[in-house]
Design a protein around this ligand. Structure first.
Ligand SMILES: Cc1cc2nc3c(=O)[nH]c(=O)nc-3n(C[C@H](O)[C@H](O)[C@H](O)COP(=O)(O)OP(=O)(O)OC[C@H]3O[C@@H](n4cnc5c(N)ncnc54)[C@H](O)[C@@H]3O)c2cc1C
Length: 392
């Protein structure tokens, strides 16, 4: 007889670690399987920091989930005794009609979130490291900040293990198959186990395990860079510089962090269009990629563009409309899918663990997830969906 679990979680990155923790904490018999080690740097959840913010430019529908995510991060901090979230404030900058500015202001207004509207002069005065152009403006929110992603994943894994989850690392899943009353999962060493529900949290590898989405969910190579400021180092300290996003016409959104723990100033582009097979990801960073980043910094945060410290490659998993893909598999009632986080999922991982535990154990959730319905991806090609998203 194969071992039978209430829930098997495929992938123990940001979403899978949180799911295993929530299922185990509710008394479910759960097995988590991860192909690499705990909190590894080969997927989407590494690189020291992740932005967390509430005035969500992507859509006001995310705000209730964010408010719950903050509560759950606080809860996980208490459980783990570790600091996971650093509140730095956040500044979203662009032309008055840019998506980042309009969308952030809209979410802040609709959900009554603490925020301030700043013009270019205010921004230069308050945050002297930054060089907004005349006519640019910003939405400042005091509750934004940074999460420490590796610590967050480890804290979820520790909570999961303490609550009784079985966690196996270095254990690639090769396939799953629906059975009459559940799902059978096979790992590379030939072991087969059974689950009432399989939760697929495979990150950039989602398409391998949900072939019906494979055409519409794509892995994108993204590079994070760290630099040592060349002047005015004090203006990059936590307390002086918030996390920021800046949108300028014709360029990818640029985002960055203050100098947290003396690691240097981290900056990165949001969406690059550099699509890749996740197993063939180019992990080295060419000198011209560093030079291009330095040049962009000159027009926004010039004193940060000093000595190059490091560059690290990571993967986004983009859905065509850049909204998440969360819910029951449209073709298999015993499979729950969580993927397509499109480069903005980490901050939600605490609440997504709760949602996936709901879906796996109760078949429903009180959280609003209609926007993320997996069924929207089936039968439509990536280009069709992207075109539809632009028309909206
Ligand atoms: C450069 C960069 C910057 C980002 N910045 C932000 C940000 O500021 N704020 C934010 O909210 N989000 C951000 N994101 C996005 C966020 O980090 C991701 O949405 C999130 O980490 C995705 O989590 P995941 O669990 O889906 O993927 P992962 O954490 O990658 O987990 C998937 C896991 O599945 C495992 N797996 C795959 N195949 C198998 C198999 N066959 N068997 C067993 N295990 C398997 C993988 O090894 C991996 O551990 C950023 C992402 C990147 C790359």
């Amino acid at each position: 007889m194969n071992e039978r679990y209430d829930v098997v979680v495929l992938g123990l990155g940001a979403m899978g670690s949180a799911t295993a923790a929530h299922v185990a904490a509710r008394g479910g018999r759960v097995l988590g399987m991860e192909r690499f080690g705990p909190a590894h740097a080969l997927g989407s959840s590494h690189g020291k920091t992740r932005v967390i913010r509430q005035a969500y430019y992507e859509a006001p529908a995310y705000v209730p989930l964010l408010l719950r995510a903050y509560e759950l991060w606080d809860d996980l901090e208490r459980r783990s005794g570790e600091q996971l979230l650093l509140r730095t404030g956040g500044l979203m900058v662009g032309a008055p009609d840019s998506e980042v500015v309009l969308g952030s202001a809209r979410s802040a207004r609709e959900h009554d979130l603490a925020h301030e509207l700043l013009d270019a002069t205010d921004i230069r005065r308050r945050f002297p490291a930054l060089r907004p152009r005349d006519g640019e403006c910003g939405v400042y929110e005091p509750n934004a900040g940074a999460l420490y992603p590796e610590r967050c994943v480890l804290a979820h894994l520790q909570w999961a293990a303490a609550a009784g989850a079985e966690l196996r690392f270095g254990m690639p899943v090769v396939s799953w198959a629906a059975t009459a009353d559940g799902v059978q999962i096979e790992t590379k060493d030939g072991t087969v186990c059974e689950a009432q529900t399989l939760v697929v949290c495979a990150g950039a590898w989602l398409g391998r395990f949900c072939t019906s989405f494979a055409a519409s969910v794509r892995a994108e190579r993204n590079v994070m860079h760290w630099f040592r400021p060349r002047a005015n180092a004090e203006s990059f300290a936590v307390g002086r510089l918030p996390i920021y996003l800046i949108e300028r016409a014709g360029e990818p959104v640029l985002y960055g962090f203050p100098d947290i723990s003396g690691d240097g100033v981290k900056v990165a582009p949001h969406y690059t269009g550099d699509y890749t097979d996740p197993d063939e990801l180019r992990r080295d960073v060419a000198p011209d990629e560093v030079a291009a980043m330095r040049e962009r910094m000159m027009g926004w945060i010039p004193d940060a563009a000093g000595e190059h410290i490091a560059s690290v490659v990571c993967m986004y998993t983009n859905s065509p409309d850049l909204h998440f893909v969360i819910g029951r598999h449209p073709e298999h009632a015993n499979v729950v899918v969580a993927g397509g986080f499109s480069g903005h999922g980490f901050k939600f991982s605490s609440v997504i663990g709760e949602i996936l535990a709901d879906l796996a154990m109760l078949q429903e959730t009180r959280h609003p997830i209609d926007l993320f319905a997996p069924a929207r991806l089936i039968g439509q090609s990536a280009t069709e969906l992207a075109a539809e998203a632009t028309r909206k």
